[in-house]
Design a protein around this ligand. Structure first.
Ligand SMILES: *Cc1c(COP(=O)(O)O)cnc(C)c1O
Length: 228
């Protein structure tokens, strides 16, 4: 477990240096520790070491592990969510970072109504153009958000993207810059239950670039827990 404490410290230091380079305040940036494939004991150790938000990409896996984690954190769904898993997802997750279709929005709204509570969500945007990736097209995001007005239990808290899988730093940067610009332009959207607060971008291989481009929420797995 000592590796987790050490790795977290290293990640925090790298985040702080990226903030320095871009004249930003490190306290503005939230860290989501991505715990897919990580067992409950190690998740518990990370939370004891200061992690406040845990990210999982599979409902069944999170459902199994969460009861075995005796310490408090926010749990975020970061992977593609199938509509038939929504009911269970809402039992464990505090936020869905991967809202990527109206069909999913409709189901989230319906299940949230049954539970009598709102659902916080980030819109997943496909900024890389990779067809393998889920997410709303950037140019369709504004119209997508307007459609969400029909679903009164969905509260939009920002945007999320997964950068392109490439070593080409300029391509990665362009992808993040595009999301940042979209985020800024959507801030003036005057729609109830839409607030551009979280800009979730950056993972182990690209979080420093993401911070330089304005991310305020990074999702980091391997740099904390080791290779999967
Ligand atoms: C796995 C995953 C991450 C973390 O990836 P690492 O490379 O381990 O940091 C972040 N976001 C999403 C959506 C993921 O699926």
């Amino acid at each position: 477990m000592e590796d987790i404490v050490q790795n977290l410290q290293t990640v925090r230091e790298r985040m702080a240096r990226a903030c320095e380079r871009s004249q930003r305040d490190p306290s503005e940036i939230k860290l989501v520790a991505v715990t897919k494939t990580v067992d409950a004991g190690r998740i518990t150790a990370a939370i004891r070491a200061g992690v406040r938000i845990v990210g999982e990409n599979r409902v069944q896996e999170a459902l199994r592990k969460k009861p075995q984690v005796p310490v408090q954190a926010q749990w975020h769904m970061i992977g593609h969510l199938q509509t038939n898993k929504v009911r269970k997802a809402l039992q464990i997750f505090d936020m869905v970072q991967s809202l990527d279709s109206l069909r999913l929005a409709e189901e989230l709204d319906k299940q949230a109504e049954k539970l009598g509570r709102p659902v916080e969500a980030l819109i997943e945007v496909n900024t890389s153009g990779e067809v393998s990736k889920f997410g709303i097209q950037p140019q369709e995001t504004q119209a997508f958000i307007r459609e969400l007005e029909r679903f009164p239990r969905i509260v939009v808290k920002g945007l999320m993207t997964i950068g392109p899988l490439t070593d080409d730093e300029q391509r990665i940067r362009r992808s993040f810059r595009m999301l940042r610009e979209l985020f800024e332009s959507l801030k003036s959207t005057n729609q109830p239950r839409v607030e551009m607060r979280h800009l979730s971008m950056g993972m182990t291989d690209d979080f420093e670039i993401a911070i330089e481009e304005g991310s305020n929420m990074v999702r980091i797995g391997r740099a904390i827990f080791g290779e999967r």
